[in-house]
Design a protein around this ligand. Structure first.
Ligand SMILES: Cc1ncc(COP(=O)(O)O)c(C=O)c1O
Length: 373
């Protein structure tokens, strides 16, 4: 009998799904990882036109259309303070595939991958799928990742460390000083830094920085996507940026698991990246307003929550039994341990929901807090 691979047996279906399944149909869902805004109209239209004109019927180049990669390259010049030529980009099926390519192309069986704990659920799972060994690192009190903790976790067996700012599930944004340190660590230890920047535009306090800007070697690979910035999670369009030799290796994986990113999505992404950016500003302003209301709510009910400076998540410290009390009252939140052992005692609240619903959910959380404190 054919057994399942050990690699896949080490991965389980995300704990977030389990919470969703436990919730009733009418539940308010504060568990979602996607913005509650429509994809910008000009992005939708670009895909419609490409489909109607028959431009989206065939495979594109493995790396993605030249026009899309030029738009991504121009976006990096515009927003990030580093340049990536179109040749050094691969368009992927979302940030998820980009992370998979980066890990698969650089991690050998038994090698270690260092990442934040609590951190995005894919880091642990994709490390296992590559046959690597996860090395989760606890966060600072303010839920940022301490470069010193990363440096301490690096051994001769470390293939890569992952940085994610702004972060899921914490909403934390790393300082410029930290980001410079991540770049130095990648250079000095000759270890790959995978920088997951899918929330780069959703920043309320401070500024997004990329280690790619500061690294002197080619030891940084950037993962990004249209998913969060343009509310395009369903389109499945992301990309990975890196040096020529790294892109060539990641392309080998992409070519065989994906061939190319979906053609209609590539047209939509090109328009989203190069068209007007006001929908992004409007969305970010709405998130900031909701964050402030949520933080006021937590402080009123006596819950301690490090101020999230970006993304659309908050991660308060919660009393024992709090998540169940909230779920029982019909609001979905995700227990912190779904994001790693150090997430225990926290809950992730996504505020990608309208203000009225959020206020209703805050009242439910208040009742649940009173029942557990
Ligand atoms: C930190 C982080 N990276 C990557 C992704 C993957 O995004 P995509 O939908 O583009 O695959 C997510 C999605 O939730 C995320 O939170």
């Amino acid at each position: 009998m054919t057994d399942f691979s050990e690699r896949v047996e080490q991965v389980s279906i995300s704990g977030i799904r389990e919470v969703f399944e436990a919730a009733g149909e009418d539940a308010i869902n504060l568990g979602l990882g996607q913005p509650d805004f429509p994809t910008p109209e000009h992005a939708r239209q670009a895909a419609v036109e490409a489909i109607e004109e028959g431009k989206a019927d065939a495979y594109t180049s493995n790396k993605g259309t030249r026009e899309l990669r030029e738009a991504i390259s121009a976006k990096h010049d515009r927003d990030n303070g580093f340049s990536v030529p179109p040749e050094n980009l691969v368009a992927t099926a979302g940030g998820s595939e980009a992370l998979h390519l980066a890990i698969e192309a650089h991690v050998d069986a038994g090698e270690e991958v260092v990442f934040p704990d609590p951190g995005f659920v894919s880091y642990d799972a994709l490390t296992h799928i590559a046959g690597g060994t996860p090395k989760p690192v606890a966060l600072r009190e303010d839920l940022t990742l301490d470069p010193a903790a990363v440096e301490e976790a690096i051994t001769d067996d470390t293939a890569a460390f992952i940085v994610n700012s702004p972060a899921n599930p914490t909403g934390a944004v790393q300082s410029e000083e930290d980001v410079r340190e991540f770049a130095r660590i990648a250079d000095e230890h000759d270890v790959l830094c995978i920088s997951d920047e899918v929330y780069e535009h959703i920043v309320f306090d401070g500024e997004h920085r990329s280690p790619m800007t500061y690294a002197e070697s080619d030891n940084v690979v950037v993962v990004n996507a249209c998913s969060k910035t343009y509310s395009m999670t369903g389109w499945r369009l992301g990309w990975v940026a890196g040096s020529e030799r790294r892109i060539e290796r990641m392309l080998r994986v992409h070519q065989y698991v994906q061939a190319c990113a979906s053609a209609p999505a590539q047209f939509a992404a090109e328009a989203a990246l190069s068209g007007p950016q006001d929908p992004v500003d409007e969305m970010v302003a709405a998130f900031e307003e909701r964050r402030d209301v949520l933080l006021d709510g937590f402080s009123d009910m006596g819950l301690d929550c490090p101020t999230p400076k970006g993304a659309f998540y908050a991660m308060p410290k919660v009393p024992d039994g709090w998540v169940d009390e909230v779920l029982d009252r019909g609001v979905v939140v995700v227990p912190g341990e779904a994001f790693g052992d150090h997430g225990e005692g926290y809950a992730r609240i996504s505020y990608a929901t309208d203000m009225g619903t959020l206020k209703e959910a805050i009242e439910v959380m208040r009742e649940a807090t009173n029942a557990t404190l």
